[in-house]
Design a protein around this ligand. Structure first.
Ligand SMILES: Cc1cc2nc3c(=O)[nH]c(=O)nc-3n(C[C@H](O)[C@H](O)[C@H](O)COP(=O)(O)OP(=O)(O)OC[C@H]3O[C@@H](n4cnc5c(N)ncnc54)[C@H](O)[C@@H]3O)c2cc1C
Ligand SMILES: CC(C)CC(=O)C(=O)O
Length: 346
């Protein structure tokens, strides 16, 4: 008994074409063992992923130890496979998180990130007394990076179909193994009411800056310099489904950003775009196997990355591969169990 195979490779379906689905698909294809297809309701640039800032920095995501591990693995993957490619739209950029009050504790992800250090006094704007620093963080022009992921996925033989899945059994008609990378979509598709939107608004401007800087202490304020523009943020409105930008949020972001980076005083900013995305927030990332149809169908869940999807994407993709390959023997066992028993000759 074997799984659906073509040219001796096992067919895998990924549902979702955000940064998580694409990274997971690329990791599977690179093993040379799988044919991978993506079905997705929205394609880049119309995904939440495309609305991200984006930079490497663990934020609004749990569980802390695994987020630390997956963030570090993602940083290494970027250094080994992505940063050097100009088509990727990525840049190494120092990132500073700054605080108005002394912060005795290091971040929980500190043990996993060797380059972590405390901010120097000269890196702290007026009114800030403490901070974290990661000199080898990276930022990405999000749309450019998402296109890079799509091209990489397709160049490795992956195929993408724009298709909404209303019932997971639709997928089971053609596939034994499905990887669920639907982000907030899991709330409907798998009735997971633990996942909810955290609304984030950002402003895209022409100016640029030499480093990424953020204050997340009492409210969110950040400046993320990228290749072709700079992103100012942000907001975090839980359970808010409004995907339209609001003038009030734009004003609020500009006011906060002027405090962490005075050079961005409102009257010197040329706003190019304002975007809103709904972070797929959950008490913790769901990355586990779930068996269906008496164990003969396997879904690998990989969703709920909150404000850190890019930061943990490659670590989670590698983990999803490991979890899936640990689950496939069970799948074969259950499928065998369901084979009709051969009729006795007597
Ligand atoms: C303003 C903002 C700034 C951010 N900045 C950063 C940052 O700097 N760094 C960082 O690491 N993260 C950042 N994030 C978080 C990051 O954007 C998310 O964690 C990440 O995009 C989640 O990726 P995903 O692939 O799971 O979700 P999505 O990008 O939402 O992809 C889900 C996919 O599943 C598809 N789908 C859903 N349901 C179905 C269905 N039923 N059938 C078929 N397809 C379906 C969707 O169409 C979509 O293609 C930011 C988020 C916001 C909003
Ligand atoms: C600067 C980042 C921490 C922003 C982010 O991850 C977010 O807004 O979700």
């Amino acid at each position: 008994m074997s799984l659906n195979k073509v040219n001796s490779k096992t067919d895998i379906l990924i549902i979702g074409c955000g940064c998580i689905g694409l990274s997971t698909g690329i990791v599977l294809l690179k093993t040379g063992k799988y044919n991978v297809q993506i079905w997705s309701r929205d394609l880049p640039p119309n995904t939440t992923s495309n609305k991200a800032a984006a930079l490497w920095y663990p934020f609004l995501c749990n569980p802390p130890d695994l987020v630390g591990k997956w963030s570090a693995e993602t940083m290494q993957y970027f250094k080994d496979h992505i940063i050097g490619d100009p088509k990727s739209g990525t840049l190494i950029k120092k990132v500073n998180e700054i605080f108005r009050r002394e912060h005795k504790e290091d971040p929980e992800w500190r043990p996993y990130v060797q380059s972590f250090r405390r901010a120097r006094k000269d890196e702290l704007p007026e009114g800030y007394v403490d901070g974290f620093a990661v000199d080898d963080g990276f930022v990405m022009d999000t749309d450019m990076y998402m296109d890079y992921l799509v091209q990489t996925f397709k160049s490795l033989g992956g195929s993408i179909e724009q298709r909404e899945v209303e019932d997971i059994r639709e997928a089971f008609v053609h596939y034994d193994t499905v990887i669920n990378c639907t982000g907030l979509g899991s709330r409907e598709l798998f009735k997971d009411k633990l996942i909810y939107p955290s609304r984030g608004q950002i402003i895209v401007i022409k100016n640029s800056s030499e480093r990424s800087i953020m204050d997340e202490e009492d409210h969110i304020a950040y400046v993320i310099p990228r290749i072709s523009n700079t992103v100012l943020g942000g907001t975090n409105q839980e359970h808010d489904y409004n995907t339209e930008p609001t003038k009030q949020d734009t004003e609020e972001i500009l006011k906060r950003v002027a405090m962490i980076s005075p050079r961005f005083a409102k009257n010197r900013i040329e706003i190019q775009d304002v975007k809103v995305g709904l972070r797929p927030s959950r008490h913790e990332i769901r990355l586990e196997n779930e068996f269906f149809e008496g164990g003969s169908k396997l879904v690998v869940h990989n969703y709920g990355h909150g404000g850190s999807g890019f930061t943990v994407s490659w670590g989670c993709a590698l983990e999803a591969l490991r979890v899936m390959e640990a689950g496939i023997p069970n799948l074969l066992f259950y499928k065998k169990q369901q084979q009709p028993k051969p009729q006795s000759k007597l």
